[in-house]
Design a protein around this ligand. Structure first.
Ligand SMILES: NC(=O)c1ccc[n+]([C@@H]2O[C@H](COP(=O)([O-])OP(=O)(O)OC[C@H]3O[C@@H](n4cnc5c(N)ncnc54)[C@H](O)[C@@H]3O)[C@@H](O)[C@H]2O)c1
Length: 299
């Protein structure tokens, strides 16, 4: 199949591209390399350097290609940037999906939009499923939810187009970890804990997450793109094994032989995030790799 992957130089996108080319798909990557790396893009994929906010860059990527499926992953993420670059987060994440929709209509492509459990904000009723309400704290307190609201708007725009006949599927990856994860100050918790010495835990460390191994998630992403009759459906690609951040820190500290220290809590950090995965029977996908197995491989 001919598949366009935006954000294909990033963490999830580059793993997806590897798997797609390995199964014989023709792949074009559109990425501005603001966070991803050229070296992570498979040599079997074509790379177009461009910005997903610009329709002319999309056109370059689609020239002589005519994508059958678009996986739209390009986005600005990283918790610190939600606070420090809230304007950029909203601009790229909202305008990126608007352009993705425009192109999917023009080329009659299936669109897979990558949302996030953060689209539910600080909703405390678990598990988070397709009927959960989004709950965002007042904007004057902090800008953490620039990201979650941008993903919520992305879902809203996709569902709007589904009603008008476009084939759009939604994926919410849930705390994915694995090789190539960013270990910088904008990184994800596992990679930050893998890199830091000592390991820093925010608040009490009692907040829990479900961490999901990247190679499990990529199989689900491919399935959501390929299977027929999934338009308008949304899937949480996540494990349901919860771990507190303190337990995780201790586990990684033991593996690496470093100490754990505590610092102030992050604004807007949810206490618990457990995905509802009951909808995943439709795509026959569930996370299978345990955290110990994944961390061992990552180390
Ligand atoms: N990794 C996770 O656990 C997770 C969880 C929930 C949602 N997601 C979503 O999945 C997608 C991929 O996440 P990731 O972890 O691979 O992130 P990532 O930061 O590694 O990848 C994002 C890619 O988008 C590119 N990009 C950013 N702005 C761009 C622009 N204006 N034009 C073109 N390219 C641009 C970056 O260079 C990068 O390669 C994102 O949409 C993210 O919100 C990821």
């Amino acid at each position: 199949m001919r598949i366009l992957v935006t954000g294909g130089a990033g963490f999830l996108g580059s793993h997806l591209v590897d798997s797609l080319v390995a199964q014989g798909d023709e792949v074009v990557v559109l990425d501005d390399l603001s966070r991803g790396h050229r070296s992570q893009i498979s040599s079997k994929a074509k790379f177009v350097h461009g910005d997903v906010r610009l329709i002319e860059d999309w056109k370059k990527a689609c020239k002589d290609f005519d994508p059958e499926i678009i996986h739209h992953l390009a986005a600005v993420n990283g918790t610190r940037r939600f606070h420090n670059q809230a304007d950029l987060v909203v601009d790229v994440n909202v305008n990126g999906v608007r352009m993705a929709i425009k192109i999917a209509k023009e080329y009659s492509s299936k669109l897979v939009f990558y949302s996030s459990p953060e689209a539910f904000g600080e909703q405390e009723n678990m598990p988070l499923g397709n009927e959960s309400q989004s709950l965002f704290t007042p904007a004057h307190l902090h800008q953490r939810h620039s990201y979650g609201t941008s993903k919520h708007i992305g879902e809203l725009l996709c569902q709007f187009e589904v009603r008008k006949g476009l084939d759009v599927r939604i994926v919410r990856p849930c705390n994915v970890y694995g090789p190539r994860l960013h270990g910088d100050e904008n990184g994800q918790v596992v990679s930050m804990m893998m890199a830091a010495d000592p390991i820093v835990v925010h608040g009490t460390g009692m907040q829990t997450r479900c961490l999901t191994w990247v190679y499990d998630v990529v199989q689900g992403m491919i399935r959501v793109g390929e299977m027929p009759n999934l338009s308008g459906k949304a899937y949480n690609l996540g494990s349901t094994d919860e771990i507190s951040m303190l337990e995780l820190a201790q586990k990684i500290a033991d593996l690496r032989g470093v100490d754990v220290v505590f610092t102030e809590p992050n604004h807007g950090d949810s206490k618990r995030r457990l995905p509802d995965v009951s909808m995943n029977t439709e795509i026959d996908w569930f996370a299978t790799t345990s955290l110990d197995e994944g961390l061992g491989q990552l180390l």
